[in-house]
Design a protein around this ligand. Structure first.
Ligand SMILES: CC(C)(COP(=O)(O)OP(=O)(O)OC[C@H]1O[C@@H](n2cnc3c(N)ncnc32)[C@H](O)[C@@H]1OP(=O)(O)O)[C@@H](O)C(=O)NCCC(=O)NCCS
Length: 328
């Protein structure tokens, strides 16, 4: 017997501090014009120094739980997709579990870069469908400013901080129609945080060489992204015997407007059916998709019954897609 899973609650948490392109002009050799034309980003949010991933994750999770109309004690599992956990261990999910009083929940983090939320929703779907769990909180959270080199114009103009959370529950109607996740580890070196792990523990030397910051080959990641997002979408549709016409709305990962426009074009989806937040929030890694889903929801761009394709790519390299039916 297969149970149905669906999103029954959603919440977000964004830092108040805004960093504009004009602000960045005073930090590195760049211009508002370059950033807007090459990426589509105008401003992003930056967490204050006392805020860690678990803080905004807990806030977003509480909002999602409230909307889902369940008690924290009813949560069976918390999954946090992040590449900027509070610390190497314990998991950020376990810290959130304590913060929100989800005393009956298991908890773990998922590391799949900017595809993390797609991976985490896919995992949650399996647990619900088998009947193993009833209520799962899935959080996409990243505080990329902590691992961004604000002297490197190639990366620092791209990223922002934020968090989005959903509750995925056993539902009557099927609210998560299908999923496809994949990795291409051969391209892993194009997007890394080199130091701080078991390969290269943090040391004076790694800090001196700025290896505790994100290192990226932008053009290579760009090439991967424009292929990977349409591929994930097509593979998902094929797997479930669906067509492009079955998609009502697209929520892509928010890395670069040119990548999004290219993916939408390849999928034959017009840009007025695409959720966009990168102009306001930049690339928030695993938070970009749930925050954009929330944004499209509160702007009434999506409505009950819509089929919404979430699609992303990220460090790993990873990519994937989830097709949901909006049931809230
Ligand atoms: C990073 C990215 C915006 C760069 O855009 P691009 O059009 O590929 O630009 P290039 O890297 O070819 O650089 C073009 C020039 O702009 C310069 N440049 C790079 N960043 C700049 C900035 N912030 N301001 C001004 N100039 C900049 C480069 O130095 C280069 O100059 P050069 O020709 O003199 O060497 C783009 O490659 C991208 O979005 N890649 C994907 C990144 C991504 O999605 N990462 C996250 C994955 S989840």
């Amino acid at each position: 017997m297969k149970y149905n899973a669906g999103i029954t609650g959603i919440g977000i948490s964004l830092p108040n501090n805004v960093l504009t392109n004009k602000d960045l002009e005073n930090m590195v050799e760049t211009s508002d014009e370059w950033i807007v034309t090459r990426t589509g980003i105008k401003e992003r949010r930056i967490a204050d120094k006392d805020t860690a991933a678990s803080d905004i994750s807990s806030e977003a999770a509480k909002k999602a739980i409230e909307m889902a109309n369940i008690d924290s004690k009813d949560v069976d599992l918390i999954i946090v997709a992040t590449v900027t956990p509070d610390m190497m261990y314990p998991s950020t999910a376990a810290i959130v579990q304590n913060n929100i009083g989800a005393i009956n929940a298991a908890a773990f983090d998922v590391s799949a870069g900017c595809t993390g939320f797609i991976y985490a929703v896919t995992i949650a779907k399996q647990f619900i469908e088998t009947g193993f769990y009833r209520n799962i909180v899935v959080i996409g959270c990243d505080i990329l400013s902590r691992v961004t080199d604000f002297t490197d114009r190639n990366t620092c103009v791209l990223f922002g901080d934020g968090c989005g959370a959903v509750v995925i529950s056993r539902t009557e109607e099927d609210g998560i129609i299908g999923e496809f996740i994949m990795a291409n580890g051969a391209g892993g070196n194009f997007l890394t945080l080199p130091a701080g792990g078991s390969r290269m523990p943090s040391s004076f030397e790694t800090v001196e060489k700025r290896l505790h910051y994100t290192s990226m080959n932008g053009p290579e990641v760009f090439k991967f992204a424009v292929k990977a997002m349409p591929e994930a979408a097509i593979k998902l549709l094929e797997k479930y015997n669906l067509n492009l016409s079955d998609i009502d709305y697209l929520i892509p990962h928010q890395a670069n407007i040119r990548i999004i426009e290219s993916a939408a074009k390849r999928l034959g989806i017009s840009m007025d059916k695409v959720g966009i937040t990168l102009d306001r929030y930049g690339n928030m890694s695993s938070a970009s998709i749930p925050v954009t889903l929330y944004d499209s929801f509160i702007r009434s761009e999506i409505k009950q019954g819509d089929n919404i394709l979430l699609v992303g790519f990220g460090a790993g390299l990873t990519y994937g897609a989830v097709l949901i039916k909006w049931i809230i």
